[in-house]
Design a protein. Structure first.
Length: 232
């Protein structure tokens, strides 16, 4: 009985205080620092057997891509906090060679998923003569975790004889901290359009025992997003 009483009181307080639950979706552009993986691929290319047969770099870890982000939170006056999900990223690199004598392939696929929490502070809101909010500016911080997966597979055949094959997978977790600023335009009281620009600082995900040098993924980079939000 006590828990129901507490829930009713909490709901009534939220209504009285004009607090709001919020949901938003953002589509965005992200840059990443893939120098570590590019360096690894170059080292493999310069080592045997890739260097001996002259394997070519046909894919070299794109450092920018589209991301999708979903925020679910709770807003009270100028403060908003909640859960931040998404920011899924994927890139890859590949060495390859195929001719009449055989075939060589060494491929990397790197995936990353960010999850975390966030806090927004709406430090300025412009209102019309009827006290209706038209747009707001906010600052945001978001600590979280980046779950990285590094897949490496390949093979080496000469005259239809397989000399080598491999299919390995490594999982790493890194801390992330996003700082950004943005603006919201209120189409109605409960629907808004928003944009944000910031930088996500992400710890490096390393596989230190990888040969000929460590594999290192760094998802740090610029984040530019825009989307639509709802409150109720």
């Amino acid at each position: 009985m006590k828990k129901y009483t507490f829930l009713i009181i909490a709901i009534l307080c939220s209504i009285y205080a004009q607090a709001q639950f919020t949901v938003s979706y953002s589509l965005g552009y992200a840059t990443h620092d893939m120098d570590g993986m590019k360096g690894l691929l170059k080292s493999i290319q310069q080592s045997s057997p890739a260097s001996t047969i002259g394997a070519k770099n046909v894919d070299n870890f794109s450092a920018s891509q589209v991301i999708h982000v979903v925020d679910i939170g709770y807003r009270f006056d100028m403060h908003e906090f909640g859960l931040k999900g998404g920011g899924y990223s994927s890139t890859g690199g590949k060495l390859s060679l195929k001719d009449y004598s055989g075939e060589y392939s060494n491929r990397f696929i790197v995936n990353g998923l960010r999850v975390g929490i966030y806090y927004k502070n709406y430090f300025y809101t412009y209102r019309d003569e009827n006290d209706k909010a038209l747009f707001s500016f906010f600052g945001e911080i978001s600590p979280g975790l980046y779950f990285s997966e590094i897949k490496n597979n390949g093979f080496f055949t000469v005259q239809d004889k397989e000399l080598d094959s491999f299919d390995d997978k490594y999982s790493k977790t890194s801390f992330a901290f996003l700082i950004q600023a943005g603006a919201k335009y209120y189409i109605t009281k409960n629907i808004n359009l928003h944009v944000a620009l910031g930088y996500d600082f992400v710890g490096k995900a390393k596989v230190e025992d990888f040969k000929p040098k460590e594999a290192m993924v760094n998802w740090s980079g610029v984040r530019f997003t825009g989307g639509v939000g709802f409150s109720f």
